[in-house]
Design a binder for this molecule. Structure first.
Ligand SMILES: Nc1ncnc2c1ncn2[C@@H]1O[C@H](COP(=O)(O)OP(=O)(O)O)[C@@H](O)[C@H]1O
Ligand SMILES: [Mg+2]
Length: 593
């Protein structure tokens, strides 16, 4: 329960809505609690007048009495109507304030959580799966909203109505009040249990449903492989098994659900029965009027729903507490990497790694060991090495997606930690190895982060990345949608679009991680030639798998098993490194290194 204290600051933020809402709850219940008395009065009036009427013989007196009854009941009817209208009006205002407050809180909480997510590093995203993260934003926040909205509203409602109704009942007859209240705790407790059972079973259904969804999703995205291996029947059988589980769970929920209504009706009926029975005795003994008993029956019915909702409120609060605890866990996760340094602008200058060592925290793999190199501003440098030698990790550390265990990375003469994260990343045009395009148009993917960029510039950079002609050949050109709703691009096309995206940023440092692995060697060379102009005044770090045209680089860094095996120009490495000679030889023969 302590977890829920975290939402108190929202109550404080929306305290006016909360106070106003509470006031409306009280007002609406005052109107409500007054109305049964009116019915009782009307009934008593009618019974009394009827008895008098039957004793009258004079026609004129009878007529007078009739009009008396009419005006008396008419007045009471109007009074009752006024009470109902007052009740309705404030009920409306109560929802308008309290439920609206809960939607505001939901909105704030979602945004806060999302903003926090974006601060967390890739290491965090490795530890949690996407579904789990989505649940926090969608389901857990929703459950907390049930607490700050409906549960709070029903709770306030129950408490005020309870006090008012019991006060009204005690005024009429304490003895009857006692008997009437007897079954209510039973009602509340049993609703709590039934509701918990319903929630538990719904949750099991929900879990099975999301399993079903992901099974179907995987089958759909792997449909080519499934067809190629003729696995349709096996898949259908598996899917049927899963839907079978889903059906069983749904049926078990339906059974409990079916119990809910009858249980309510039974317990309400029991209360009503007690009122009639005990109330009847009191009437016979002259301590109560028939109108009092009628009013009591209405009171009982008025109380049952709110009392039943108490059980419901308790289970909502419990659930919200669990959800809020999970939300708190995430909000309290500090980003491994953050900066408090103010933004100062784009950084340029020399890049230096000195004695950098890094181990991936989750796998314990030492990816880099004592890496040192120096790149002058404006140089074009290649990083080469076999798969797994640590090339991508160098880019990750440079972008501060991870922090080195030891050693320093300097840019423009200062450690990268001395800049704001925003400045650092704005100064690097980065093409990651696993390219990612958003489900948007091609042009928006290229001008990502620069929404005001002119179409002409988008096309210039697409030309530089050697993708313009292909985009042009699509029916919708640059407006072609990418991804699920749009075209399926080849790996090479995606890579080149993502190169255009990195270049248009016009950052002084460009890092291309194996960004042409999916195009053939000739195209690669063509693109690199194009890029030469674009990269002229920039520092370029090109991670590559292919040893072609290595003469064009000012420096080559050869990685081997997380170490630097050699650095130098092409000519120098040919002289000094046997490994480099081997690799050049192999790639000349067309083998991959
Ligand atoms: N996110 C990660 N978590 C754990 N280990 C990783 C991660 N990324 C890479 N590694 C490991 O670190 C080593 C270096 O990987 P990487 O830098 O991707 O090599 P390269 O880019 O040269 O192929 C590899 O052994 C790889 O298995
Ligand atoms: Mg790599």
């Amino acid at each position: 329960m302590r977890a829920l204290a975290a939402v108190n600051r929202y109550f404080l933020k929306y305290r006016w809505l909360l106070l106003l809402g509470t006031l409306f709850v009280i007002l609406s219940n005052i109107f409500k609690a007054l109305s049964p008395g009116v019915i009782g009065d009307a009934l008593d009036l009618l019974i009394r007048q009827l008895q008098t009427y039957q004793q009258l013989t004079d026609e004129a007196a009878k007529a007078e009495l009739r009009s008396d009854v009419l005006s008396g009941t008419g007045r009471l009817t109007l009074y009752y109507l006024a009470l109902a209208l007052g009740n309705g009006l404030f009920l409306f205002l109560m929802r308008q304030t309290l439920i609206i407050m809960s939607r505001h809180i939901e909105y704030d909480q979602k945004n806060e959580l999302f903003a926090h997510y974006q601060k967390l590093t890739p290491a965090f995203y490795k530890r949690h799966n996407t579904g789990d993260l989505m649940n926090r934003v969608a389901e857990d926040v929703g459950r907390v909203r049930m607490y700050v909205g409906p549960a709070l509203m029903y709770f306030l409602n129950t408490i005020t109505l309870f006090i008012l109704v019991i006060w009204a009942m005690l005024k009429v007859n304490p003895r009857l009040t006692f008997f009437v209240l007897l079954p209510l705790p039973v009602l509340s407790v049993s609703i709590y249990f039934v509701n918990n059972l319903i929630e538990k079973r719904s949750e099991r259904i929900q879990r099975q449903l999301s399993k079903l969804t992901s099974v179907a999703q995987e089958i759909f995205s792997g449909i080519r492989v499934i067809k190629a291996y003729a696995q349709e029947e096996e898949n259908s059988r598996y899917f049927e098994e899963q839907t079978d589980i889903y059906k069983d769970r749904s049926l078990s929920l339906a059974r409990v659900d079916a119990m809910f209504q009858p249980l309510m009706v039974l317990l309400i009926g029991l209360s009503t029965l007690l009122v009639v029975f005990v109330g009847g005795f009191e009437v016979i003994q002259g301590r109560l009027t028939a109108g009092n008993v009628a009013a009591f029956i209405i009171y009982v019915n008025m109380l049952t729903w709110p009392v039943a909702s108490l059980g419901w409120v308790v289970s909502i609060v419990q659930r919200a507490a669990v959800s809020q605890r999970r939300i708190n866990e995430f909000l309290q996760t500090q980003p491994d990497i953050s900066s408090t340094i103010p933004d100062q602008g784009i950084i340029s200058g020399n890049l230096e790694f000195s004695h950098v060592t890094f181990t991936y925290p989750d796998s314990g793999i030492r990816a880099l060991e004592d890496i040192s190199f120096h790149i002058k501003a404006g140089q074009r440098v290649a990083i080469i090495g076999r798969t797994g030698s640590g090339k991508t990790t160098i880019a990750d550390l440079l972008l501060r997606l991870y922090e080195p265990d030891s050693g320093k990375i300097r840019l423009g003469g200062r450690p990268v930690q001395d800049y704001s994260l925003h400045d650092l990343r704005a100064s690097i045009g980065y093409v990651p190895q696993d390219v990612f395009l958003f489900g948007d148009s091609i042009q928006n993917n290229i001008r990502f982060g620069l929404p005001d960029e002119q179409q002409a510039r988008v096309e210039d950079y697409a030309k530089a990345a050697g993708i313009h002609d292909e985009i042009d050949s699509f029916r919708q050109g640059y407006d072609t949608l990418v991804g699920e709703r749009g075209v399926t691009l080849s790996g090479g096309q995606k890579q080149r679009i993502s190169i255009a995206r990195a270049l248009i940023k016009d950052a002084p440092l460009v890092v291309l991680d194996d960004c042409l692995s999916a195009v053939d060697a000739a195209t690669e060379q063509q693109i690199l030639d194009h890029l030469t102009g674009m990269l002229e005044k920039k520092t370029a770090l090109i991670i590559t798998h292919r040893l072609s045209a290595m003469e064009q680089y000012d420096q080559i860094i050869l990685l081997n098993e997380h170490h630097i095996a050699a650095t130098g120009t092409h000519a120098e490495l040919l002289r000094t490194s046997a490994e480099y000679r081997e690799m050049t030889e192999a790639s000349r023969k067309g083998e991959l290194i």
